[in-house]
Design a protein around this ligand. Structure first.
Ligand code: SF4
Length: 285
């Protein structure tokens, strides 16, 4: 059961720090909390360790709907753009790093949609829409329009070709539905990158990457080691995720596994592969 409440906020554009600093000037969360938190991605989710977000609440059990997000975006974007320019960086927004912008609740609340509408009036220089949800297709019209006004890319997270890991809850959205969503976005001319993050044991790497090559413009591969905000993945090691990964493929909890998958990706998608933080920032080689 998830406790949902509507809230008013005074700030929506958060200046980047830590891992995100190399990737964007600001992050934007249309919701606080995440209703995907009880699914597989929630097991290792680093946001659950952020007390500022949870305030002691159980991850996956609360959702704040930021009903005035679009209004606050329009009110503050000029100041935040100027701050970015004074810092000599583009006004680049990551939506979202601590929730999913296309949770099932988006269907009725439309908060992300309202923010994208606001961005049509005041577009950032670049926008990364990071999601695990095929519901992103409900905003494909807006994403298409915004693609004409700023550098936009959709990052669709698909961590593995497996629909389940033993002992863990299922994913919130199926792998096949996410692959299909990428195909549709790409067909509409929206730049689409699959983020394999965190990388989980893949059943058939060659076939999985081949499928990604067909439905997306590129792939970013990110392991929990170096990818969870700690250099050695210690944050994720406190969760049940590494043990489940180890049971399926012991090597998958080492950085060697990432390097092996990156090697295969470079043969399947030459020039279209990013790794970790630089990959999220848009560097594909
Ligand atoms: S969708 Fe993202 S923010 Fe939400 S639980 Fe999964 S990993 Fe965490």
């Amino acid at each position: 059961m998830i406790e949902t409440k509507s809230v008013s906020i005074s700030q929506i554009l958060v200046r980047s720090s830590g891992y995100l600093k190399q990737i964007c000037s600001h992050s934007l969360q249309p919701y606080r909390g995440c209703s995907f938190g009880n699914s597989l991605c929630g097991v290792g989710c680093y946001v659950q360790h952020n007390w500022f977000v949870t305030r002691g609440r159980t991850w996956g059990r609360f959702l704040e709907i930021r009903q005035n997000a679009a209004e606050i975006y329009l009110k503050t974007c000029r100041t935040e753009r100027n701050w970015a320019y004074r810092s000599d960086i583009p006004f680049a927004i990551f939506c979202s790093s601590a929730t999913d912008p296309f949770l099932p609740q988006e269907r009725s609340c439309g908060i992300t949609r309202s923010v994208l509408e606001a961005m049509k009036q005041q577009p950032p220089d670049s926008l990364i829409v990071q999601t695990r949800s095929p519901l992103v297709l409900s905003a494909a019209d807006l994403l298409e329009e915004l693609s004409q006004r700023c550098q936009l890319r959709v990052h669709m997270t698909i961590e593995t070709d497996r629909e389940q890991l033993p002992g863990l809850p299922p994913f919130a959205t199926s792998v096949s539905a996410r692959i299909n969503a990428c195909q549709e976005l790409k067909k509409r001319g929206i730049k689409t990158i699959v983020t394999v993050s965190p990388l989980l044991p893949i059943l058939n790497p060659q076939a999985f990457l081949q499928q990604i090559a067909e439905v997306a413009d590129g792939v970013v591969i990110d392991h929990f080691i170096e990818g969870d905000g700690t250099p050695d993945g210690s944050r994720t090691r406190k969760t049940a995720l590494p043990e489940a990964m180890w049971e399926v493929e012991p090597d998958s909890i080492t950085i060697n596994y990432r390097d092996r998958i990156v090697g295969i990706a470079r043969t399947v998608l030459p020039g279209r592969v990013g790794v970790g933080q630089t990959g999220f920032a848009g560097l594909l080689e």
